[in-house]
Ligand binder design. Structure first.
Ligand SMILES: Cc1ncc(COP(=O)(O)O)c(C=O)c1O
Length: 467
């Protein structure tokens, strides 16, 4: 090839060091497009540098979402980013992997062999909860109309404990359902099943049981709830159903407490959601929802689109999204198998218990969750604590070592209690946990000896925790 003068200039531009290039040495427009393109290597560095002070995701112990996948999984996901999950006819093998994942989950959640389960992937548990909620609402309406109930007389309602995740509030607002919230109290840090029926009437579309309350990691007693729902159903024409929000627990409990009955073994549990990106061990965003029997998913919610080529039934709020996370989920299922998941989850719980022990040993904290149920450690300062600092200060101190461990008040009726929560995930290995304990103990000493002036009341303030 022959080069001219201009070509030489272009060629030379690749020799310019990134931190010496024009683009790096001037302010790039932030809120409108620049006139000219930027070389890829410089664009990469500019974007990467923008993200530099955001913290290290693996030290972000505020989130349940996965921050580690194996290099082979990452490669596979990177290689399949361009596949659109909705194009089932164009990518039939991808659709088959999604189908296998649904079947694997049905098996894991003990779907009865004699009932035709159905399910789908979603972007996460939030979308899955919307779909589960809608299915309950539509089915309730169809049955209520058939019974001659005036469905316009009162707004339909959903019953849930105050430990709900915000997606349920969104569901109720977006889909015009009244949210009936059963308060939690010191004795009931999960659903108080004795009070459920004070909130239920003919307009109740369903009760949500939470397998792993976001705030504390505790499980609602779904077996007990199921027993009480059966007793209610035996006496009422109105059929009450249970949806289990297993965003975290549904991919954790089957491996760690396989004998705990919370899933389709319970007759009134009609649908379950989970986040593949939590204890399913995939990067965000993939979720799943399954119905024990297609009878619980009203036909009018299922759309058949022919322009994808073929007639594919779909139920989703979104249309296009990458299939790479579904493929990542299938990779994990294939790679780990039951035993692999069990080893990872058991190890994660062991780390949580170790952290809880160490935190309790300081004598400063009352432990709310010591890694029982979900592998999270949740604690408050002891009520008679004489420390002048708060958990917000402790969170700030830990942040200096890169740890993101939020402090926040419990939900309504318990909002006087300020807690702090450490979410243990697979990649919080034993050695990293030991580093955390050392940093934690050091933070306590530093806070005790700090010369800064303290605030004298423990003002409740939002602390960047929005889960
Ligand atoms: C109990 C529960 N439900 C739903 C969600 C929403 O999950 P996602 O982030 O997958 O939409 C969460 C997230 O933390 C959760 O803990």
């Amino acid at each position: 090839m022959l080069y001219g003068k201009k070509d030489q200039k272009r060629h030379q531009s690749y020799q310019v060091p990134i931190f010496g290039s024009d683009e790096e040495n001037r302010e790039m427009p932030r809120y409108k497009l620049a006139d000219e393109p930027v070389e890829p290597r410089i664009a990469y560095q500019l974007v990467k540098d923008q993200l530099m002070d955001e913290g290290n995701a693996r030290q972000n112990l505020a989130t349940f979402c996965q921050t580690f996948m194996e290099p082979e999984a990452e490669k596979l996901m990177a290689e399949t980013l361009e596949k659109n999950a909705i194009d089932k006819s164009e990518y039939p093998q991808t659709a088959e992997l999604e189908n296998r994942c649904v079947n694997i989950l049905a098996d894991l959640w003990n779907a009865p062999k004699d009932e035709p389960f159905v399910g789908t992937s979603t972007v996460g548990s939030s979308e899955a909860c919307m779909l589960g909620g809608m299915a309950m609402k539509f089915r309730w309406r169809n049955l209520a109309k058939a019974r001659g109930l005036d469905v316009t007389k009162q707004q339909p309602n959903l019953v849930i404990s105050s430990g709900y995740q915000v997606c349920w509030e969104k569901f109720c607002v977006y889909f015009d359902v009244e949210m009936r919230v059963i308060p939690m109290d010191e004795e009931h840090l999960s659903l108080d099943t004795d009070r459920v029926f004070d909130y239920v009437d003919d307009y109740t579309i369903g009760v949500v049981g939470i397998l792993g309350i976001t705030y504390t990691g505790k499980y609602d007693d779904i077996e007990e709830l199921d027993r009480k729902v059966s007793a209610y159903n035996a006496e009422h024409e109105h059929e009450l159903v249970i949806h289990v929000d297993g965003a975290s627990g549904a991919m954790f409990t089957p491996f760690v407490e396989p004998d705990l009955e919370w899933d389709f073994r319970l007759k009134n549990v009609v649908s379950i959601n989970t986040s593949g990106h939590k204890y399913g061990l995939v990067y965000p965003g993939v979720g799943w929802i399954l119905w024990r029997d297609k009878a619980y998913l009203p036909e009018e919610l299922v759309f058949r689109v022919s322009y994808l080529g073929g007639e594919m039934p779909t139920m989703a709020i979104n249309f296009s999204r990458s299939a790479s996370h579904i493929i990542g989920q299938y990779y994990n299922f294939l790679r780990y198998g039951f035993e692999g998941y069990q080893e990872i989850q058991t190890h994660t719980q062991k780390v949580a218990k170790y952290l809880a022990e160490k935190i309790e040993a300081t004598g400063r904290f009352e432990i709310y969750n010591d890694g029982q149920n979900l592998p999270i450690v949740c604690y408050r300062l002891k009520e008679d604590s004489e420390t002048k600092w708060t958990l917000y200060d402790l969170a700030d101190r830990l942040l200096m070592k890169g740890w993101q461990i939020p402090a926040y008040p419990l939900p309504e009726d318990l909002s006087d209690i300020l807690i702090q929560r450490i979410v243990c995930r697979a990649d919080l290995g034993w050695n990293v946990a030991e580093e955390l304990v050392a940093d934690f103990n050091e933070a306590l000493v530093e806070l005790d000896q700090a010369h800064l002036l303290y605030h004298d009341d423990s003002e409740k303030k939002p602390y960047g925790f929005t889960h």
